[in-house]
Design a protein around this ligand. Structure first.
Ligand code: F6R
Length: 367
């Protein structure tokens, strides 16, 4: 079933261009995002004044990207809540709240219980799910399926990319319905270009990143910094590394550095920095470049993920991983790929089974 691949994870990482393309397919009409499953359900999006996205683990990082996209396009406040935290307090929700759940398996008990809880409190519920007919979509008012295909490796990769894709589609769909996106043509073009760009990253960085991981097989800790939609990707890069290579890793919002994490920087400490494009915001870009200078001055080994042609990062980076140019909401789908390859290659260099990491199950059906 692995085909010629060394692991399911390697196969699933490589399948991401199709996972993204299949999730988009059938959801663009006349230059607009129209999700057929949501036909007749406009009220879900017009009758609300807030959105809560709930999920666990990797799916919660996709949720964070979704927050930026939905707020930007649909102009509605979005909070992301870990499912197991959400229902063990007394959250303020009701008929004006849309609770979006995200789950690859559709069977995660924590997420399922959060959905049931939200429904009981009168909220509207929509699930983003990769498994047809699973329990979570059955318990929700509406479902948007991701079409990543079955994911076998415990560490989620292609499902994550498909979740982000679905949330971008949902954001544009909501924006159209709510009348807050007048012209989606640029973003639709960005969406359609994604599969090829993801394939380009796989093609151009596989060898480089694998080699880098090989050199770092003895590393005991790796930090990841990101800003804006790069922040959830920093969290995801750290989670992948923890899960399959058993190396201590932390993701931080780059702006938090001086509020604490910079104390961790000592000579030789590897730090991945996800650099947002200077084309999106020169200000945000320059802030991340100063973070890089700050950690470099303290001896960090800086591995930068930046768009092609970003010359500002070159003087301060020990390694540069390039991603193609993409719109602000679309960079996460490109930036995550080298981090997945890095985790996989490092685990492999340590002789570990990347598909079956210790102590973890693919689907967490207990609380
Ligand atoms: C990480 C991973 C987990 C899952 C989480 C939610 O690689 O796989 O963090 O993302 O357990 O699972 P689903 O999406 O099935 O609800």
């Amino acid at each position: 079933e692995k085909g010629g691949w060394s692991s399911f994870m390697a196969k699933e990482v490589a399948e991401q261009p199709e996972a993204v393309a299949n999730t988009i397919r059938g959801r663009i009409q006349d230059g607009q995002v129209v999700i057929p499953e949501l036909d007749g359900l406009d009220e879900l999006f017009t009758g609300i004044n807030r959105v809560i996205i709930t999920a666990c683990g990797t799916a919660s990082y996709a949720a964070l990207v979704g927050k930026y996209a939905i707020e930007q396009w649909a102009r509605v406040a979005v909070d992301v809540e870990l499912a197991h935290e959400f229902r063990y307090r007394d959250p303020v929700i009701g008929a004006d709240t849309l609770v979006v759940s995200i789950s690859q398996s559709g069977e995660t008990m924590d997420t399922l219980m959060a959905v049931k809880y939200a429904r009981e409190r009168g909220a509207r519920t929509l699930s983003v799910c990769n498994t047809q007919g699973a329990t979570i979509p059955r318990e929700s008012d509406a479902v948007v399926y991701t079409h990543a295909g079955p994911e076998v490796a415990v560490a989620s990769t292609k499902a994550f990319s498909a979740q982000i894709t679905a949330l971008l589609l949902l954001g544009l769909h909501m924006g159209r319905v709510r009348g807050t996106v007048a012209d989606a043509s640029t973003d639709v073009a960005e969406l359609l270009a994604l599969p090829e760009k993801v394939a380009a990253v796989l093609e151009s960085e596989q060898e480089h990143v694998t080699q880098l991981a090989g050199w770092m097989a003895d590393t005991r800790s790796v930090l990841f910094l990101g800003r804006h939609v790069g922040y959830p990707i920093a969290l995801e890069g750290a989670l992948k590394l923890k899960e399959i290579s058993y190396i201590h890793a932390e993701g931080f919002a780059a702006g938090e550095l001086k509020h604490g994490p910079i104390a961790l920087i000592e000579p030789g400490q590897p730090v991945f920095v996800l650099v947002p494009s200077p084309r999106h915001s020169a200000l945000v870009h320059s802030k991340v470049v100063s973070n890089i200078q700050e950690i470099r001055a303290r001896g960090a080994r800086v591995i930068v993920v930046a768009e092609e042609g970003d010359a500002a990062v070159l003087p301060f980076a020990d390694e540069v991983i390039h991603i193609p140019l993409a719109g602000p909401m679309f960079e996460p789908l490109l930036a995550v790929v080298p981090l997945q390859i890095f985790a996989m290659a490092l685990a492999t260099a340590k002789g570990l089974d990347v598909d079956q990491p210790r102590n973890l199950a693919k689907s967490v059906t207990v609380e």
